[in-house]
Write a protein that binds this ligand. Structure first.
Ligand code: NAD
Ligand code: 6OD
Length: 503
């Protein structure tokens, strides 16, 4: 998968360039070229790091066909315990090649190595283990009924895989978010065709090697590389051989995919955008609230769907909190992924940087007070060509401004004061998104009250991005449809069949 050695140009394959990888599709257990090649540039300095084989209709067809064939092959007849063993082997395989995954994830995203080492890669392995455990331990249901003739019937439910699952992934946490879907899909006995983001093709491709080494039958895990519209994403989501589609990405894309899924009335699971609020009460543990809010606003350069872009602070704490948040933001030094002092990496691409910078300009035009940032950091040498933006805090705008309403997906937050619990609940909820919130308070009763009242899929109290993978995960309102995690994933990746036996 990772060709860095000089390779003779063959038809349809770019000639070798030093340091430029060729990333291919993974179909039926083999790496394959595509219809054409597209370029992948480093977010750090905009250098070309890979040429990626874009799957056309033919490759998507082949991948779906391979998955369908796998469903009627040895994969189908594996006992749950055998499937569980294979998934454990996949998890071990990821851990065994930890440094390769780390290198691939960091190359694609430019994020700090420390971040990928602690979140992205370990969760890649954990996502296989946890769902292996879920299917191993999940109980079934059984009901006994009295029949009209006075005898008895028993009903029991068995779970069957939904079939071929199309998995459409974003770029912000590539391995974590891809395996978050592939783990449960395979644990339930499905076969998958994954379409990674065009910005992050590498870890999904590398996982093919791990699948082969673990002994996962060919065709169970397939990867088609490419873009969305008129490319692999659209070809996959409109393909009649795909039985269900699971998606993570922007709300607008989710809506397009939902439309595609109506053809054939196929189920979708959609994890989409957010505009998440942090709510900081004056009675909070100040240091914990600052530490958590700096993380939730700026980690991964703000490119976390669960991240905070609106911070509501109870008025008596406002000035002090803003000052400490500014200090925390300014401590997140931008730099190379491998440098120990690097706190923040670049955005994923020049396009995304243009989008984020357009919000920076808009905030200034709207009269926001810039507490820190709102521009481009001075980077040295080649890094000047990278997709860097400054960590940014604004005050002085209200809930109605686009800066408070729209998802920016960058390292920036609008900070606003509030005066009462009822007011902040109303304001936090006055947004079309409903993904996550972080509530900072030492008042237990208030914590329960506010958590219950905020319209989100996950409400953290005195923490952020603390994940127990057995819990339900998903978004409310425009942030998502459906819940995954633990046994909830089984609702999407399996179909219950009821067997009724008259005794
Ligand atoms: P995106 O929606 O632009 O792209 C996601 C994927 O969809 C990519 O693989 C893309 O190629 C594909 N795609 C685009 N158009 C398509 C189409 N018409 N048909 C089929 N596939 C198509 O999202 P992104 O920019 O990669 O990721 C950032 C977004 O993802 C943010 O909005 C963020 O909030 C969201 N996100 C949500 C969660 C969550 O759990 N709710 C997690 C991570 C990211
Ligand atoms: O932790 C997870 O399972 C998950 N889906 C996280 C999403 C992060 C969004 O960027």
């Amino acid at each position: 998968m990772h060709d860095t050695e000089p390779i003779a140009a063959t038809s349809g394959q770019p000639s070798a360039e030093p340091g430029v990888r060729l990333i291919r599709n993974f179909i039926d257990g083999e790496y394959q070229a595509g219809e054409r090649w597209f370029d992948k540039h480093s977010p750090l300095d905009n250098t070309l790091i890979a040429r990626v084989a874009e799957a056309g209709r033919a490759e998507v067809d082949a991948a779906v066909q391979a998955a369908r064939t796998a469903l009627s092959g040895p994969w189908r007849s594996l006992a749950v315990a055998q499937r569980v063993d294979l998934l454990y082997a996949v998890a071990d395989g990821i851990n065994g090649r930890f440094d390769d995954f780390l290198e691939a994830e960091v190359a694609d995203t430019g994020k700090p190595v420390s971040l990928a080492r602690h979140i992205g890669i370990p969760r890649g392995a954990a996502n296989f283990k946890i769902f292996a455990d879920v299917v191993k331990h999940v109980p079934g249901e059984c009901f006994e009924m009295v029949t009209p003739d006075g005898t008895v019937a028993i009903n029991y439910a068995i779970r069957r895989p939904v079939g071929v699952v199309g998995v459409i992934c974003p770029w912000n946490l590539p391995l974590l978010l891809m395996t978050w879907k592939v783990g449960p899909a395979l644990a339930c006995g499905n076969a998958v065709v994954v379409k990674p983001s065009e910005e992050t093709p590498q870890t999904a491709a590398l996982l093919g090697e791990v699948m082969n080494a673990a002994g996962v039958p060919r065709g169970v895990y397939n990867v088609v590389q490419g873009f969305g519209p008129d490319s692999a994403g659209e070809f996959l989501t409109t393909h009649p051989g795909v039985n269900a589609i699971t998606f993570t990405g922007e709300t607008g894309t989710g809506a397009a995919i939902m439309k595609a899924a109506t053809n054939g009335a196929r189920p979708v699971s959609l994890e989409m955008g957010g505009k998440n609020a942090a709510i900081v009460f004056a009675d909070c543990d100040f240091d914990a609230a600052i530490e958590g809010t700096v993380r939730s606003c700026f980690v991964n350069a703000g490119q976390v769907c669960l991240g905070t872009e609106r911070v509501y602070i109870e008025r008596p704490l406002f000035e002090r909190f803003v000052a400490a948040l500014k200090e925390g933001a300014e401590r997140m030094r931008p730099g190379r992924p491998e440098d120990i002092g690097t706190g923040i990496g670049p955005l994923i691409s020049q396009d995304h940087r243009n989008k984020v910078l357009s919000y920076y300009r808009e905030a200034a035009e709207l009269g926001a007070t810039v507490v820190t940032g709102c521009g481009v950091p001075e980077m040295a040498g080649g890094l000047r060509e990278g997709a860097w933006v400054q960590s940014t805090i604004w005050t002085g705008l209200g809930d109605d401004s686009p800066i408070a309403r729209e998802e920016i997906f960058g390292p920036c937050s609008l900070v606003m004061p509030f005066d009462s619990e009822a007011e902040v609940i109303r304001r936090a909820n006055a947004n079309e998104y409903g993904l996550a919130t972080a509530i900072w308070t030492t008042n237990l009763a208030r914590a329960h009250r506010v958590a219950a009242s905020i319209e989100v899929g996950i409400a953290w109290v005195n923490s952020w991005f603390l994940r127990d993978l057995r819990t339900a995960f998903g978004g409310a309102k425009q942030s998502g449809i459906g819940r995954e995690g633990g046994v909830h994933s089984l609702e999407f990746y399996t179909e219950l069949k009821n067997v009724c036996i008259k005794l």
